[in-house]
Design a protein around this ligand. Structure first.
Ligand code: GLC
Length: 425
């Protein structure tokens, strides 16, 4: 049997299923992660639509009163992960971290909603459950624009690299260098007990990650204060594009359910941010580039963050240019899509988000390319993704030239994306 089979992917999901939520992989990540769960729900739907809805509902049960949906929910204690609840100290009934992650929930809910159209029972369930989720996701979107775009520029900022979900991307290097690291409480990393340190963020990066957490903690996790008080505030094109797409997708579901006001509000957010995003197009590198909002400097980095905006309804010429950039990387590398351009400064083939391939970003880019009619490159990404599984199993991420497995193994969202690729064909 082929490794890249539905049966094998289902087995990974079952192993990491904790009943009402999944963990990304045991040991390395023993809790519920925000965007992992939303994307994993898409794979779960092939097993049980009921279970898929539950995955997202469980996450939203831990939404903060101000609307934020946290990056991690610490459902049960575990000492295999740092930083745990004792470091975050967010004072929530079930402990959570104090930052957020890419807003894929709106996108995921629309996909679940659309796929439930075949059978009457699935459709009825999708209507009830998405109707309840709509308002929670809308509150999260409102939270973003209120707290992460407090000066009304149309784009939201991340205040911690972990919020982007691309923890150690080259994109953050300069902004992170401006974060102090003195005075942090001594700590011991746990990630390097489970994965090769050469494939993970550096200790210097971890010091800055921890400084930011302690800084926000001193400010009592008051989201109305954090943006202006953070030395790290970065406008990332990928993060914004995901939010834009989710606003548009949420609006579509809301329209189908007759929730007009909610739909209009989300369409307006999407349009306004899409207009603002366009100013981030960078002609000479043929991709989007973010900027450091604390200094106003453009972030001159050739990462996947500049290509992921394909997920939003960007102009066709820009989509074609992005497809061209990906095809060009395909000339250099065996597999697609490296998280950083292999010919660009900062590229490291094995270090986490500085070069390796991740199946979730492959899936999001592929989705955007198809939406833009760029089917050839989209098909190539699907083939590449399945070849990686065939060669190296359900890893956390992969080396772009050799296809070697890196990071954690038996990875939940990797399996979920394989299910998406296989069931849609
Ligand atoms: C790492 C990834 C992040 C993911 C988390 C759990 O921190 O960078 O994107 O959500 O692991 O898998």
């Amino acid at each position: 049997m082929s490794s890249a089979s539905l049966e094998n992917a289902f087995a990974v999901l079952r192993e990491n299923d904790r009943g009402t939520y999944t963990v990304p992989t045991k040991g390395l990540y023993p809790f519920q992660w925000n965007w992992d769960s939303c994307l994993t729900a898409l794979g779960l739907a092939a097993i049980s639509q009921d279970r898929a809805w539950t995955e997202i509902e469980t996450l939203f049960e831990h939404q903060w009163p101000d609307g934020m949906v946290p990056q991690i929910v610490f459902h049960v204690p575990s000492d295999t992960y740092f930083p745990g609840p004792d470091i975050w100290q967010t004072n929530r009934p079930t402990p959570t971290s104090g930052i957020t992650q890419p807003a894929v929930a709106g996108f995921a809910v629309r996909r679940l909603f659309d796929r439930a159209q075949d059978r009457h029972t699935d459709r009825a369930m999708a209507e009830t459950r998405s109707r309840a989720l709509l308002h929670k996701i809308d509150a999260w979107h409102a939270w973003f624009y209120r707290n992460r775009d407090p000066h009304g520029e149309g784009l939201v900022a991340i205040l911690h690299p972990w919020e982007a979900g691309r923890d150690n991307s080259v994109d953050w290097d300069e902004a992170l260098a401006q974060v102090p690291t003195s005075g942090i409480t001594p700590y011991r990393r746990r990630d390097t007990d489970h994965a090769n340190p050469a494939h993970r963020p550096t200790d210097a990066q971890y010091d800055a990650f921890v400084w930011l957490v302690e800084h926000f903690r001193r400010l009592g996790w008051d989201n109305s204060l954090l943006h202006d008080a953070s030395p790290f505030r970065v406008v990332d094109p990928a993060f914004n594009a995901i939010l834009i797409r989710s606003c548009a997708d949420l609006a579509a579901v809301a329209e189908a359910l007759g929730e007009k006001t909610l739909a209009q509000r989300n369409r307006a957010w999407a349009q306004r941010s899409l207009d603002a995003l366009d100013a981030l197009w960078h002609v000479s590198s043929q991709r989007y580039q973010g900027f450091n909002r604390a200094t106003g400097e453009r972030i001159d980095s050739r990462s996947i963050g500049g290509l992921l905006p394909i997920l939003a309804a960007i102009p066709p010429a820009r989509a074609a240019a992005i497809a061209g950039q990906i095809a060009a990387m395909g000339e250099q590398m065996h597999f697609l899509v490296p998280s950083h351009d292999p010919g660009a400064p900062g590229y490291e083939a094995q270090r986490y988000w500085r070069g390796p391939i991740w199946l979730i970003t492959n899936f999001l880019i592929e989705n955007g390319l198809r939406q833009a009619g760029q089917t050839e490159v989209a098909d190539r990404i699907v083939r590449s993704s399945l070849d990686l599984i065939e060669k190296s199993g359900f890893a956390e991420y992969y080396e772009p030239q050799t296809g070697a497995a890196l990071g954690g193994g038996r990875f939940t969202w990797t399996a979920a994306m394989v299910i998406e690729f296989l069931t849609r064909r």
